[in-house]
Design a protein around this ligand. Structure first.
Ligand code: B12
Ligand code: SF4
Length: 593
């Protein structure tokens, strides 16, 4: 072992980049310590810990061998890391090449990291051609022909990797050598798969979202979604899963995000899981619990409702995909959804439970026009969920959506994330206009920063008399004013909303300021929006201001007083974002996307 390698190894341990505890220098030997297999992925952000890789890690001993499990390590990065640094860290972790020994890096490849991972794989292969690169994950599981990353890699496992990755590593290290480059991942019964939850470190528990999974797959066939390719949904053994959940809970975990495609599919399992959390809430150690589930909206049996209603505020979050209320569109994309039942269930959740509802709509589906989307939007806004995420259609590799491309004039970006650019019913300008609206909707509606003012913003106005179009008008005005939808301070936004509603729509300025001031103050921001500066003062300040104004009156003409009044200072020099705002989370417990 070289001194350099020992130094690097200890450095990685000490900086927390390896998962295991540091080992005393004198006990180390390169052969025994350096891993031969590294599992790597680039997560969207640090808070997302990869569940898929933890499954692969947890199954090494069962489906390869204990010896190989001992020589496997996890290394996660985020999208913002520089390729050069990642190359150095990965090669540093593996240590120098040893004659006759095999070094493997397995990458989890997803739509959010395909560009960076391609670059990383290319550079790794340039730096160390003997390295075996194995790919897996949804982005390399379909339409792999012609994918640059696949060309650079040695092997690709499509679909599930829990069993096939350990087996492939064993074959690469111990022989016989695999002949196929692309192999279909085995899909065993779920009791053949080790659960991965012990692989979450205390660091993960303290700082990251814990993804958990009570079932895999989905029986539905919505054509835009990768899960539509699954034949059905499979459940992990509930008691085994709950005992892992209990261990995580006892170790201090409180925030859980279930990645099950449809949490409310199997009533008995859903009930057991909700009861698990209710039991802990009933004991005194239930504080800080937060649980997120993805649910189908039209299936909420009474027994489930009875449990949901028992949760206190701030604990339950449901992600509810509505996608479209348009029956024709639903038919075209094979989405079975009872709209009346959906609406009734959403209303029940909003009135009879404390669950936070994060709902999704997709813009750009085949058969959807701007006006039909507007109708669905208005319907959902009227129901009143706390959040409406306005997503734009993406054509995910492998999804059956492609069958509509010709007939419905669908044009998609050829690069990930393959966003729709235009359709037969939506021009490229419509899509661009809506994309801007979706961003402003996030800043204004979903952020919860304009709660009091929202009814005025959404008030249906001529000529369309629709909430969708009222917000679109605001979005157009914001775009004209700023030419961007990012980097806007709350003060800039507030002034622009004031300007649009008062001058653009003729709303009463005084009433508007009152609403905006309440919104601004309850958001916690402490800057000085121009439109509020005349009224956002304490009584003491107000008196002082009045005296100063009276004093000024004796010295200047009325016109001059207008000129020095803060309320009328020039708009061309907008205030910068206040430090208080920058330090606030964008949206409390917002669904991280
Ligand atoms: C968590 C999650 C996220 C997180 C990111 C998590 C992270 N690590 O950074 C967030 C919320 C940010 C996110 C966002 C998005 N997501 Co998402 N997300 C998921 C979700 C719900 C769970 C992933 C998971 O943990 N699954 C459980 C594990 C066990 O499965 P797995 O990850 O697929 O891993 C298995 C195999 O893939 C394979 N495997 C994985 N890694 C490796 C590595 C090797 C070497 C091998 C051999 C095998 C292998 O083996 C694993 C075990 O069997 C999935 C849906 C789902 N339930 O899977 C969607 C999913 C991954 N997301 C998807 C999409 C489309 C998106 C968005 C584009 C949605 C949008 N907003 O429009 C965004 C993109 C974000 C961006 N920044 O660009 C698609 C993926 C499409 C793709 N080709 O990658 C999925 C599959 C949803 C779907 N059904 O369509 N997402
Ligand atoms: S959108 Fe939801 S219900 Fe439809 S196939 Fe995907 S996971 Fe299943």
């Amino acid at each position: 072992m070289t001194f350099m390698h020992l130094f690097l190894f200890n450095h990685l341990h000490n900086t927390g980049m390896l998962n295991s505890a540091p080992i005393p220098l004198q006990l180390q030997s390169l052969e025994s310590q350096a891993p031969s297999i590294v599992l790597c992925t680039l997560n969207a952000k640090y808070i997302h810990a990869s569940l898929g890789l933890r499954y692969l890690l947890a199954n090494m001993s069962r489906h390869a061998s204990q010896a190989l499990a001992d020589r496997t390590q996890l290394m996660e990065f985020t999208l913002s890391r520089k390729t050069k640094e990642m190359v150095e860290e990965l090669l540093g972790l593996l240590g120098p090449e040893q004659e006759g020994s095999v070094q493997i890096i397995g990458f989890g490849v997803y739509i959010w990291n395909i560009h960076q991972t391609t670059e990383l794989v290319r550079k790794l292969k340039e730096a160390r051609p003997s390295l075996k690169i194995v790919l897996g994950g949804p982005e390399v599981s379909h339409e792999t022909e012609g994918q640059e990353i696949v060309q650079c890699a040695d092997h690709v496992i499509t679909g599930w990797g829990d069993v096939s990755f350990p087996k492939l590593c064993k074959a690469l290290i111990d022989g016989p050598q695999p002949l196929m480059k692309i192999m279909v991942g085995e899909q065993p019964d779920l009791d053949q798969i080790e659960l991965p939850y012990k692989a979450f470190t205390d660091q993960d528990l303290a700082h990251r979202v814990l993804y958990v999974e009570a079932s895999r797959g989905c029986p539905f066939k919505c054509e835009f979604c990768l899960s539509s390719l699954d034949k059905t949904a499979w459940g992990f053994e509930t008691q085994k899963f709950l005992s892992e959940l209990a261990s995580l809970y006892d170790r201090g975990a409180r925030h859980f995000k279930f990645v099950d495609r449809t949490f409310n599919l199997k009533l008995e399992t859903s009930i057991e899981i909700l009861q698990f959390f209710l039991d802990r809430l009933a004991r005194n150690d239930g504080s800080g619990v937060f649980v997120h589930f993805e649910v189908i909206p039209d299936h909420l049996p009474d027994r489930l409702k009875a449990l949901i209603a028992q949760f206190p505020p701030g604990v339950l979050q449901f992600e509810v995909g509505i996608q479209s209320f348009n029956v024709e569109v639903q038919k075209l994309i094979s989405r079975r959804q009872d709209n009346a039942q959906t609406e009734a269930n959403l209303r029940w959740l909003l009135t009879s439970s404390h669950a936070h509802l994060h709902t999704d709509l997709i813009f750009g589906l085949p058969g959807e026009s701007m006006d039909s989307f507007a109708k669905g939007f208005d319907r959902l806004v009227d129901i009143g969920p706390q959040e409406i995420q306005l997503g734009i259609l993406k054509r995910l590799r492998g999804t059956p959506l492609s069958r509509h491309t010709v007939e419905h004039g669908m044009v998609y970006d050829s690069n990930a994330p393959y966003v729709v650019r235009q359709t037969q019913l939506l021009s490229a300008d419509d899509v661009a206009r809506f994309t801007r609206m979706a961003k402003f909707w996030d800043l204004i509606a979903n952020s919860g920063r304009f709660k009091k003012t929202m009814p005025l913003i959404l008030q249906p106005r001529a000529p369309q008399f629709s909430k969708f179009w009222s917000f679109m008008l605001l979005s157009d005005a914001l775009w004209t004013r700023f030419g961007r939808s990012y980097g806007l301070s709350p003060e800039e936004l507030l002034d622009a909303v004031f300007e649009h509603l008062s001058h653009g729509c003729g709303e009463d300025a005084h009433q508007l300021k009152t609403l905006l001031r309440e919104d601004y103050e309850s958001s916690g921001a402490r800057g000085a929006p121009k439109c509020l500066s005349a009224i956002r003062t304490s009584e003491k300040d107000r008196r002082a201001n009045l005296m100063a104004l009276a004093d000024a009156k004796t010295r200047f003409s009325n016109d001059s007083i207008e000129a020095v009044s803060p309320a009328s200072s020039p708009v061309s020099n907008p205030p910068r974002a206040s430090a208080a705002f920058k330090s606030l989370p964008q949206r409390q417990r917002r669904h991280e996307r």
